[in-house]
Design a protein around this ligand. Sequence first.
Ligand code: 4AD
Ligand code: MG
Length: 462
Amino acid sequence: MKCTFVKDLYRETGAYENKNVQVAGWVRTVRSSKSFGFIELNDGSFFKNLQIVFDEKLDNFEELTKLTISSSIIVNGKVVKTENAKQPFEIHAENVEIFNLSDTSYPIQKKNTSFEFLRTQAHLRPRTNTFSAVFRIRSVAAFAIHEYFQNRGYVYVNTPIITCADCEGSAEMFKLTTLDLTKPLPTKDGKTDFSQDLFGKQAFITGSGQLHGETYASAFNKIYTFGPTLRSENSNTKTHMNEFWMIEPEISFCDLEELMDIEEDFLKYVVKAVLERCPEEIEFCNKFISKGLIEKLNKLLDSSFVRIDHKEAIDLLKKADRKWEFTPDYGEDLAKEHEKYITEYFNGPVFVKNWPKDIKSYYMKLNPDGKTVAAVDLEVPGAGEIMGGSQREEDYNKLFNRMKEMGIDTDPLYWYLDLRKYGSNIHSGFGLGFERLLMYITGMENIRDVIPYPRTPNSCDF
Ligand code: 4AD
Ligand code: MG
């Protein structure tokens, strides 16, 4: 079917003026009087709707007045400029074919559009304005991320989904097996005998592509990954899911300070790209989802992010004249309320660096103080920690000893340790949680509303 896309009509209205076009899409609303009516049509190509005017001269005028929300139609008509109207042009229909009259049971009606309800309609919610905006932005942001790295010489690496390597803690990894769980499991020395499993050993689903990413950074200098990440943690919060997408760049010959420069430049690039390429969607988010969003994003582009040590962050929290649910502590992680306070205090994104070694992963570079590691988290208002990164321990012995200290099995990770034997170098990398970035850019408050089909504890619907 040869159709014109609504996006092209909006972007190049002049070229279509007074011309006949065919458009196909879904009805968003219908209003009619005795002799004429208006259809708001969305064809999926553009955030905005197209206004179709139809009148009693059409054979099926009566049927058109009874069109239901989400019916699919094909329209032939003339593009006519409209003076002083809400929309810059409309289509005067010469023929409207009703392809499928949507059933009146269509669940998304004006009166019930809470995000919570729409989560139960995940197969239909992309047809609403909010989710149309969010998922268009998601697509544009993903492309901008690839563009940022590709334009700067990073090699895109596809790290494995099935893995035996422990990066962020095996307790958080989903276990993978083809053993028959309806029968007693084979055992050896009182433990499950995974040598009889498909891979001949215990396998997991990846919780990070970093370790494999590091191997490629040792060959290509700069690499990035962009893929699904799975974690089995039982956290029910607005910022955690069991399946999310992560971008993990890894850069050779790069220390922690340079890493922060890259993180900042990268975040600004993606925000700028979305502001430029999704003006209608961002305007909608600014108006209906998060007032002041555009100002916040523009401010981000003009600011330089604060960089403070974890210790300074705790000092600040301790000095704060308020009660905490979780008492801030020099040896502890930051709670949500702490992240919120710090980003509000500095009124923008904040890098918190040099964390206590005992609450961070084994691969991070030990600082000369022997107590902290060269790790950095980027905290933003709303989404909290959106990036987590570090300079990696490049010394074989220090890394090996740290792994032993932390109870990490070194044998299966011999290849990771090899990197410290063959051309070791100062290198760093970070992980950006794609959905947390999208929360920040769209102003959506629940991570379940920026991924098409959220996977969270007790929820694997659709
Ligand atoms: O801080 P994390 O656990 O770091 C890593 O996985 C490192 N291997 C990254 C690296 O250095 N290459 O995760 C990185 C980011 C977090 O900052 C957060 O944005 C996101 O991933 N994230 C989650 N997003 C949604 N749901 C969850 N359960 C998440 N856990 C982490
Ligand atoms: Mg982290």
